[in-house]
Design a protein around this ligand. Sequence first.
Ligand code: AMP
Ligand code: MG
Length: 342
Amino acid sequence: MMTHGSFAVPYKVVFCLTMAFLIGCVAAQPVTQPVVSKRAQMHMGTLVTLTVVAPDTSVSEQAMRAGFNEIKRLEQLLSTWRPDTELSLVNAEAGRRAVKVSQETLELVIRSLDMANLTHGGFNIALGPAVQAWNVTERQHVPDDRELQKLKPLVDWTSIQVNRVAQTIFLPRKGMRIDIGGIGKGYAADRAVAEMRRAGAIGGVVALSGDIKTFGMLPEGNGFPVGIQHPRREGELIAIVELKDEAISTAGDYERFFVQDGVRYHHILSPQTLQPVRVCQSVTIIAKEGVVADGLDTGIFVLGPEEGMALVESLPGVEAIIIDAEGTMTVSSGLRDRLRTP
Ligand code: AMP
Ligand code: MG
């Protein structure tokens, strides 16, 4: 039987073997830099770009797939331009019956109504009939104002009936129509981030055009730089901000619009007049959750620079850049030191 004592190894040899083993361990352990990859696809009628920071390419691939699949799933569940989704059924049954929906759809509608409360009705998911009458991207025409005014009784978000117990949504008047275009992309960004994380991503960005959510950081330890678009000079940025575990959303009158007789008609409507809102050129909101950033950008665009910025300053963890109708930029107090010039 061989024991330590019976096998005398010179001290120097032990030292050398130990060092060789240690060096071998270090050498065998590859110095793994996280991989960063980026991919774009069209979903929800917009360009969706995913950036993934992952320990290796196989995790990166899985996270990419998980992110895009989640966005595709939500398009199936929530879109109101496809006839076969839960929300389309709720709209089709307006004035007739309450429709049973998934817990997820119910929660999103409840979050949307919270945003409506927070913005004193500036954000309004009941604007569907007016959004349809304008149909800014498809038909470039100005609807007759008397026709628009007839829609007023149908855009009352306070009349939407949500039953948590029965898990149903009821629109009490025929012709009412939920439109979640003002919040859906922010929600999709939140959900895609959750799925990418679950698939093993350690950082990344989900960008559905101007609705963006970041998580973790870049391999060098920096946050993700996001550029904020100049509302009147296409392709030019007004500022850059670095984000870590934050969402950013911009609502702008330059995103979807047409010009007729020198007047710009765009896609964000006043719940009062049902006309495009004229008090801002763009509103950018930073918040922890995409659903908050997206709901607030639209709602604050409607409230306007003064009331909107007062609301932002009252909300913890929410920051804003508001560009008013004349092009003057106001930045919330917590964001001023974080902006970089492009
Ligand atoms: P966003 O780019 O986030 O401001 O969303 C704009 C979209 O929200 C529009 O295309 C409409 O579908 C919808 N929308 C328009 N006006 C409002 C409003 N006042 N409140 C809620 N959603 C709106
Ligand atoms: Mg929005």
